[in-house]
Design a protein around this ligand. Structure first.
Ligand code: HEC
Length: 163
């Protein structure tokens, strides 16, 4: 009986110590600086208003310099993940630097083809983003419109380069 009580008490102490260390770790994690910046906006793709609306609602938080940073993106460790995703996403495709792409029609054409592929395959916007952002859950018709626009723009840039 006595030893049971002792064991139970020891376990409670261990749990309390674990929780306390976790709390300290979490508090310490908050002090690590995370980049949540929006660099200046340079240019956007020229597109019909409906397409612009879809891109802004479903893609711009990661693929532009106009990220709407949600409140939970300020809290580690979520902040590290969000910041990492945005940095990676901007590196590969940044709608705010569209003029850089169009300065070389081949690059712009390639980016547009990738956009069409990513939307067609359902990889973009990522599922974990769609869970939190209803405006990124595009309907079948919206996805088709986006794919059609991206493919047509990609093709017209390709043909303009071949002239
Ligand atoms: C939650 C952030 C997020 C959102 C929202 C998002 N993406 Fe991405 N996207 C990423 C990340 C991270 C990568 C790079 C890693 C990868 O390919 O998974 C990426 C990569 C890409 C690429 C490049 C693929 C390659 O191989 O280089 C394209 C094109 C793309 N996304 C298009 C889109 C489009 C179009 C939308 C909107 C319909 C969108 N993304 C929405 C995070 C996002």
């Amino acid at each position: 009986m006595r030893s049971d009580a002792l064991r139970c008490c020891a376990r409670m102490k261990a749990t309390r110590a674990t929780l306390a260390s976790l709390a300290i770790l979490l508090a310490a994690a908050q002090t690590i600086p995370v980049s949540r910046t929006n660099p200046p906006e340079q240019s956007d793709p020229q597109a019909p208003a409906t397409i612009t609306r879809l891109l802004r609602g479903a893609c711009y938080d990661c693929h532009s310099n106009q990220t709407r940073w949600p409140w939970y993106s300020a809290i580690a460790p979520v902040s590290w993940m969000v910041s990492h995703h945005v940095t990676e996403a901007r590196r590969r495709l940044n709608f705010s630097e569209w003029a850089d792409y169009t300065s070389d029609p081949d690059t712009a054409s390639h980016k547009l083809a990738e956009i069409a592929d990513q939307v067609a395959s359902g990889r973009m916007a990522p599922w974990y983003y769609r869970v939190m952002h209803p405006e990124a859950r595009l309907s079948g018709a919206e996805r088709q419109a986006l794919i059609r626009w991206a493919r047509a723009s990609s093709a017209s840039l390709r043909s303009s380069e071949n002239q």
